[in-house]
Design a binder for this molecule. Structure first.
Ligand code: ZN
Length: 46
């Protein structure tokens, strides 16, 4: 499963990083790849 969300501090970091290189930030996103507890148990049987 993939969760995408936008966050002000992520955007600020992205803008700062882009400006350092002389770029102008157009879009910035943080992607989290995660697995729910139920699927974790299915993958790794205790
Ligand atoms: Zn699941």
């Amino acid at each position: 499963m993939t969760i995408e969300f936008k966050n002000d501090s992520i955007l600020k970091i992205g803008t700062k990083t882009a400006q350092k290189e002389g770029y102008q930030l157009l879009d910035c996103q943080l992607t989290i790849h995660a697995i729910c507890p139920r699927c974790q148990r299915a993958l790794v049987p205790a």
